[in-house]
Design a protein around this ligand. Sequence first.
Ligand SMILES: Cc1cc2nc3c(=O)[nH]c(=O)nc-3n(C[C@H](O)[C@H](O)[C@H](O)COP(=O)(O)O)c2cc1C
Ligand code: SF4
Ligand code: SF4
Length: 437
Amino acid sequence: MADIRSNFVGIKSPNPFWLASAPPTDKAYNVERAFRAGWGGVVWKTLGEAGPPVVNVNGPRYGAIWGADRRLLGLNNIELITDRDLYLNLTEIKRVKRNWPDRALVVSLMVPCEENAWKAILPLVEETEADGIELNFGCPHGMSERGMGAAVGQVPEYVEMVVRWCKQNTRMPVITKLTPNITDVRKPARAAHAGGTDAVSLINTINSITSVDLDDFAPEPTIDGKGTHGGYCGPAVKPIALNMVAEIARDPAMAGLPISGIGGITTWRDAAEFLVLGSGTVQVCTAAMTYGFKIVEEMAEGLKNWMDAKGHATLDDVIGRATPNVTDWQYLNLNYITKARIDQDLCIKCGRCHIACEDTSHQAITAIVDGARRFEVKEEECVGCNLCVNVCPVEGCIDMVPLAAGSLDQRTGEAVPPSYANWTTHPNNPSRVAAAE
Ligand SMILES: Cc1cc2nc3c(=O)[nH]c(=O)nc-3n(C[C@H](O)[C@H](O)[C@H](O)COP(=O)(O)O)c2cc1C
Ligand code: SF4
Ligand code: SF4
């Protein structure tokens, strides 16, 4: 069976599944039960500096988006960092690490952007024998107004400065957790790299308002008639997180920088996608909050089964395997031509493909053939966009079929060229000559 033991910046864990810093990792009670359920590691809920802990709201702190079956697709929260005493957390961290030496225990930190504040907390964490620290530069609410979290993560110079302070003042590996609330995530990631970070983790939550109460005219969750933006996470953010992971993984300026992937991971398949795009470990929050700690069993078993089926022996065989296949649009093969094909045996004649293609695409699907309701692709109109595949309610009913080189593309009336060609050399590209020169 595939070996999914992980060694991430020297931090070993029996599998790459870590719980992200959040309520599931808020206290020893949770973390020990998570370890018993099989989680390979945790990032402890973010600690702040010594003194009176932060205070959370005492009303609803979550907003949500559901699918038609009320499956939770997106979760939004206005929670802060830990609201428990620093020394209580540190005592529990030390005890849990002693009890579970084979699991990864990383401590998330957020203190003011001053060197002395970091110098004060690092030895306290080191004393617990935790495996590493994660710098929370991501929280988008509450803490950012106080000059921490995303307020640091959005300024690459600050990121580099704080990472450097931490590297100078601790022997523990430093993982820098990035905010997605930024235009180009490579900027803070490069800054963290320049500061000497051992790894980056991403994504933290996304600024959002999930819904508005139309009776009270206030964003939800509503606290006594008012609401505020919260951090969005869960399955809905996975595409954003995957793209950001890939952007960092394929950036030559950060070649080899370890990445811990986070964002919407709910199944083994989600995890595998993060791994193949370049993540060395994955972190999970919303899925554990929705389904409980036991989901790690399905994740670990599913990952091993997939690796066995494909002949991948260790995580190193899969990590980053898809990264070279992420490219810029201009390098996509314009001579790769596909056409939609409808399986008439599977088609339930709902007509959704016809409406989508007729109203918003290329008028390439019939509704009536010889007086009868029938949905067929008109190859001479089809541009291969696959909108019909995505709106069809029957999985596998519409396929995209590539045309063989040399065969006739009925739409253009030309033979499919045999070779790869992209926009950089296309005759319609006004920059083509300049690019060639
Ligand atoms: C209620 C809640 C509290 C969170 N608190 C923290 C935190 O204290 N520190 C942190 O770095 N991230 C925090 N996060 C963000 C998660 O660690 C994670 O980055 C994010 O939820 C995306 O992962 P997911 O889609 O699996 O939930 C929190 C998330 C939630 C839902
Ligand atoms: S692939 Fe696009 S253009 Fe072709 S039939 Fe489907 S929706 Fe229409
Ligand atoms: S959407 Fe799918 S099932 Fe519905 S008519 Fe088109 S091919 Fe048939």
